[in-house]
Write a protein that binds this ligand. Structure first.
Ligand code: NAP
Length: 319
């Protein structure tokens, strides 16, 4: 059975990717810095130690691996996350080459129309570094991923749910294409074995282009809330981060990075990646948001619709 190393397996996206990869017939090895803790929490999965800051852990984790899903980031950790992420990608690229890995799928962020924030710049640098080696890399670029447990999602959900009076700074007029966690999971699983020569970069946008204000209002509507809104053109990203810290559960440094990333449009260059997945229908924003709200309520993580689609596709193939 083909073996895939799922890095970031304990994270928001990695948790949802696991059942879809296993459902698609992969032998999934889950990577984490703390395998003992992960094993105790989730004994059904196979865990392996991998810490990009401890390069001696890379070779053993990658041994016998055909493909890798790279979901590691260092935002919110102590120290310079940009330098850490670059060093992590450089070390990983070399170790993957040495282990004979055939494909790396990396999930990054959409390139902004204007100047990139430190966070988005670092996401792009990670992709460039990984693509600079001999292993075929498919880089998928997503804007905010809608799903229970996502940091950006949690921020907008808290803003929508907690405020009777909604403050609308200028940067909330910028447009993006939020995408459902299910759709990102399906895109990742497809990329792991998709025929592709060399490396490539693809945007994976959601089906609707929405401003930040529209996103907040749409979630508010789903929650049955109609807040008063007030525009404050002078609220800088830095002040906005304090406001977010006050209203949401977001960590200040993470909130600051995410707001900086929203100060220009985050719109996909193209949608051709979805055409590579015939029959796949992206999830409308409201359906994705409702599913995330439901999963938060039930304490679940997403990814089930992607699994359904993958299984349907597999059964069609073998009829
Ligand atoms: N969330 C979104 O809305 C969104 C949108 C676009 C793109 N993305 C991209 O998707 C990827 C995954 O995001 P996420 O939201 O799932 O992140 P997350 O929930 O914060 O998870 C991050 C993962 O990174 C791992 N990690 C951190 N430092 C590590 C190190 N030194 N060595 C090995 N593993 C390490 C952690 O594993 P352990 O703690 O178990 O070691 C954790 O599982 C990122 O590249 C992110 O930029 C996310």
């Amino acid at each position: 059975m083909r073996r895939v190393l799922l890095t970031g397996a304990t994270g928001f996206v990695g948790r949802a990717v696991h059942p879809a990869l296993a459902g698609a017939g992969w032998n999934v090895l889950c990577a984490t810095r703390r395998p003992e803790e992960a094993q105790a929490r989730d004994p059904k999965r196979i865990w392996v130690r991998l810490d990009t800051e401890r390069t001696e852990t890379l070779g053993p984790a990658l041994s016998g691996v055909d493909a890798v899903v790279y979901l590691i980031h260092s935002m919110g950790q102590s120290g310079d996350f940009e330098a850490k992420e670059r060093a992590a990608a450089e070390g990983f690229r070399g170790a993957a080459e040495a282990a004979g890995v055939r494909r790396i799928v990396y999930l990054g962020g959409v390139a902004p129309a204007g100047e990139a924030s430190k966070h988005l710049r670092s996401r792009m640098t990670t992709g460039e570094v990984l693509r600079g080696g001999r292993v075929s890399v498919i880089e998928l670029r997503a804007a905010m991923i809608i799903g229970a447990g996502g940091l950006s999602w949690q921020m907008v959900r808290d803003l929508s749910a907690r405020l009777p009076l909604m403050i609308l700074p200028n940067w909330l007029q910028n447009a993006s294409q939020p995408v459902a966690l299910d759709d990102v999971v399906a895109a990742i699983v497809h990329a792991v074995s998709a025929p592709h020569d060399g490396s490539g970069v693809f945007d994976v946008p959601g089906p609707e282009t929405l401003t930040g204000e529209q996103i907040l209002k749409r979630i508010g509507k789903l929650l049955g809330i109609r807040p008063y809104t007030i525009r404050v053109p002078v609220l800088t990203p830095r002040l906005s981060s304090y406001w977010l810290k006050l209203v949401t559960r977001a960590d200040f440094s993470v909130a600051q990075e995410l707001v900086e990333g929203l100060t220009s449009d985050l719109v996909a260059r193209g949608i051709e990646y979805w055409a590579l997945m015939p029959g796949y229908q992206r999830t409308p924003f409201d359906d994705a948001a409702l599913a995330a709200l439901h999963d938060e309520h039930e304490g679940l993580s997403g990814g089930t619709r992607a699994l359904e689609w993958l299984l349907q596709r597999a059964s069609r193939k073998f009829v």
